[in-house]
Design a protein around this ligand. Structure first.
Ligand SMILES: Nc1ncnc2c1ncn2[C@@H]1O[C@H](COP(=O)(O)OP(=O)(O)OP(=O)(O)O)[C@@H](O)[C@H]1O
Ligand SMILES: [Mg+2]
Length: 305
């Protein structure tokens, strides 16, 4: 039995667009997300991020293929009970307060009484809405609405969090708020798997342990960030000195670095400085701005169609 929190096997989605025509949402997608990971689903507009998310939630049925969430076949009522979902454009009835809304969503999920009140207080604090909790949502900024929607997604202590573009439409400070909130959620709930989409590399680089890159409905890359930023192409700038001369050299990879240091030492040089130039996720994913590097997927043989 595969214990991945999200298991997507050979999933395609075609949308009928009328007059016998259809459009591809995603194509032959395979993805296996182990428990406790923070996974970034990266891709430009229209690449299939929301389609993937809606299929994981069971809102859309794949045209073909199979999806399991925490071992349960999708769609099923049970998977919804342990998924916390933040939709792409969350909307709330404007005349209610944040607190009343959280109370309403909590009761929908069968939470009541003091337990629910305590949960709401905890969540309002977590998302930094304690002071505004009793204000009507119509007075909330975009960032506050987004944070309320994250609190709503967390009400049921979900083990799997799925956020569709949690930073979209926010200014740089608002994005930073949501980034640090996701980081805090991960440290408070290390067991929970967080799966979120974004088209901004920086968001993914700072938060995620794994990245999945979609392009035109197809998975280009799925691997751990560490694997992607591994040092085999990392650059080092090294300066070595002797009593007579100074030499500065740029080296690629740790093997080259070690060889150069050994040679320098045997020639009587000493090292006066080493600068490591860390690869960015952008450099790792794109060679020339738009051609993603194909990387061996971490999918187990079980995840193949
Ligand atoms: N209900 C639908 N009917 C027809 N086509 C659809 C439907 N939903 C999505 N699509 C198409 O499927 C493709 C993937 O769309 P999707 O919304 O999943 O992309 P996305 O990566 O979430 O984009 P964005 O960054 O703009 O949110 C697009 O070409 C889109 O036009
Ligand atoms: Mg989308």
């Amino acid at each position: 039995m595969n214990t991945a929190d999200i298991l997507i096997q050979g999933v395609s989605k075609q949308f009928r667009t009328g007059l016998g025509k259809s459009k591809i949402g995603v194509q032959n997608l395979n993805l296996e997300v182990p428990k406790g990971q923070v996974v970034g689903l990266l891709g430009p507009n229209g690449s299939g991020k929301s389609t993937t998310i809606k299929m994981i939630l069971g809102f859309l049925r794949p045209t073909s293929g199979n999806i399991r969430v925490c071992g349960h076949q999708v769609p099923s009522k049970i998977t919804r009970s342990f998924i916390g979902y933040l939709p792409e454009n969350p909307r709330f009835p404007k005349f209610l307060s944040g607190r009343t809304l959280l109370n309403f969503y909590g009761r929908l999920l069968s939470l009541t009484g003091i337990e629910l009140e305590k949960r709401i207080d905890f969540l309002l604090e977590l998302v930094n809405l304690k002071a505004a909790g009793d204000e009507k949502v119509q007075g909330y900024s975009k960032g506050m609405t987004q944070r309320l929607a994250i609190a709503q997604a967390l009400i049921n202590k979900p083990r799997l969090l799925i956020f569709d573009e949690p930073m979209s439409g926010l200014d740089p400070l608002g994005r930073k708020d949501i980034r640090s909130l996701i980081g805090r959620i991960h440290s408070e709930l290390p067991e929970a798997t967080i799966f979120f989409s974004s088209h901004i590399l920086e968001d993914i680089e700072q938060l995620c342990s794994m990245v999945a890159l979609l392009k035109k409905g197809q998975l280009q890359t799925f691997c751990s960030i560490d694997e992607l930023l591994k040092s085999d192409t990392q650059k080092f700038e090294v300066s070595v000195r002797s009593s007579k001369e100074t030499e500065i050299k740029t080296l690629t990879g740790t093997d080259e670095l070690i060889t150069f240091l050994n040679e320098s030492k045997s020639k009587g040089f000493f090292v006066s400085g080493i600068n490591s130039q860390r690869k960015t996720l952008e450099e790792a994913l794109f060679r020339d701005g738009n051609s993603p590097i194909k990387i061996a997927r971490t999918n187990s043989p079980e995840a193949q169609p």
